[in-house]
Design a binder for this molecule. Structure first.
Ligand code: 4AD
Ligand code: MG
Length: 443
């Protein structure tokens, strides 16, 4: 008989039927006559208990993979269990040979992170991976239903969209090739393409080009930031959902889109994946914010609250400490901070007046900024003057304003930070399968 997944057995298994199942051993208790073995096959956080009536293979241990078959019964506690007469060992898992996780021991996330290739086997992280998948699919479904088209923006690009200089350069690792390219290009620096190329920090500029024809578009892929930050909110490679919409000339309309997307995706996860959420959450998280309207304050109001109500002096930028204080002040409800000083934001944001741009940051309780966006400057002359110090590499972007331009607005949501927020995860490194951060790219 063919092997069934545990999720399928839980959902459709009939008491009394004979089933085959395979998985990894999560716990094992040997008694005189029988061995109780909990197995998991990754399809669900729920383990399936196998009651083995024969003597078990001595090599069977926690962590090893097995295949078994038997009759599906109901345990005294009312759960499914399989009464099995045989069990076949597929792969042994010998602690003595250096497997880093001993049975019945709890490990700190730092220790587990030192063994990234084994991390998916931990119960918490397996749940995280399923939830990450579910959130990913849910975002695509939500946007599809709302009429947005998914655009694959390039990973290699010649622009530094955010203009922060936090870019990774791309070059082939082949000196001979590079030298021959240099002759062809006659460039002063070694380049592979006709210009320097970078790993993208944002798909926004390309997305804007698509929005000027398809109207409602998004991209959702990896982005890269060369920031020397080892904070619990920064990765060198992270996933960003970016959305861009044409005929949008009011920041409030953009905020409505952000808020509804975040609430819909979160409630979908809460409804369908509560087992996994219960399993992977590190901190007690409340989702009460789902039923409350997000707060909206201007940058000026944020500064006022910080200095007058929260006794914090802001020198220059609003930093993480301020972000967290603000969401606490508003009782753990996410806060939109809108209308930012022009000099704190990238060149592409639309001016409200000489000093300010129509931008927002969304601050999440316990996390701080999870999303940022703006209306885009659609006035050719203004945009050109803000690009003045930039090179001609963005002439194509200026062109978008010269031919059939309509106002657009959009935002980027950090996927890992979103997961941190919804699932209560301490560090962003525990919300992505294989995290990259400064000095960490071995695996
Ligand atoms: O605020 P950012 O830099 O905005 C943009 O890149 C815009 N071009 C987006 C747009 O309007 N289309 O980044 C957006 C979000 C942040 O709010 C944060 O959640 C996340 O990306 N983010 C990071 N997440 C993890 N590690 C990092 N180093 C991050 N940097 C930004
Ligand atoms: Mg930002």
């Amino acid at each position: 008989s063919y092997s069934r997944s545990i999720i399928d057995i839980i959902k459709t298994g009939q008491i009394g039927e004979t089933i085959s199942v395979q998985g990894w051993i999560k716990s094992l208790r040997k008694q005189k006559e029988v061995t109780f073995i909990d197995i998991n096959d990754g399809s669900t956080p729920t383990n399936l208990q196998i009651v083995l009536t024969q003597k078990s293979d001595s090599k069977i241990s926690v962590g090893s993979s097995i295949s078994t078959s038997g009759v599906l019964k109901q345990s005294p506690k009312g759960q499914n269990e399989v009464s099995a007469e045989n069990m076949v060992l597929i792969g042994e898992c010998d602690l003595a040979k250096g497997y880093p996780f001993a049975p019945r021991k709890q490990y700190e996330p730092e220790y587990i992170r030192e063994h990234l290739h084994f991390r998916p086997r931990t119960r918490k992280f397996a749940s995280l991976l399923r939830l990450r998948h579910a959130a990913n699919i849910s975002i695509h479904n939500y946007l599809d239903e709302k009429g947005y088209f998914n655009i694959h923006t390039p990973i290699m690009t010649s622009n530094d969209c955010e203009g922060a200089g936090e870019i990774f350069k791309v070059l082939p690792d082949n000196e001979k090739l590079l030298k021959s390219m240099a002759k062809e290009n006659q460039a002063s620096e070694l380049v592979y393409f006709d210009t320097k190329a970078y790993l993208t920090v944002s798909g926004q500029l390309h997305l804007e080009a698509a929005a000027q024809a398809l109207n409602k578009v998004y991209c959702f892929g990896p982005t890269f930031r060369a920031e020397n930050s080892k904070s619990r909110f920064h990765l060198s490679e992270f996933y960003m959902l970016e959305l861009e919409q044409a005929f949008l000339s009011n920041l409030d309309d953009l905020l409505i889109i952000v808020e509804d997307l975040i609430k819909s995706v979160t409630s979908n996860l809460l409804q369908k994946y509560s087992d996994d959420i219960g399993m992977c959450t590190q901190n007690k998280v409340s989702h009460k914010w789902i039923d409350k309207p997000f707060i909206k304050i201007s940058y000026k109001e944020a500064l006022n609250i910080l200095s007058n109500k929260l006794n914090k002096t802001v020198k220059g930028d609003i930093v993480k400490e301020h972000e967290l204080a603000l969401t606490e002040y508003f009782d753990q409800v996410p806060v939109f901070v809108i209308n930012w000083p022009k000099n704190q934001k990238p060149f592409y944001m639309k001016e409200i007046d000489n000093e300010n741009v129509a931008a927002f940051d969304l601050l999440a309780p316990q996390i701080g900024e999870i999303a940022g966006g703006s209306l885009r400057e659609d006035n050719y002359d203004k945009l050109k003057s803000r690009l003045a110090n930039n090179n001609s590499q963005l002439d194509w972007y200026l062109d978008l304003r010269r031919f059939g331009c309509v106002p657009t607005g959009g935002f980027g949501l950090g996927f890992e930070r979103f997961l941190q927020f919804v699932l209560g995860i301490d560090t962003v490194r525990d919300s992505i399968p294989f995290p990259r951060w400064p000095h960490n790219c071995k695996l």
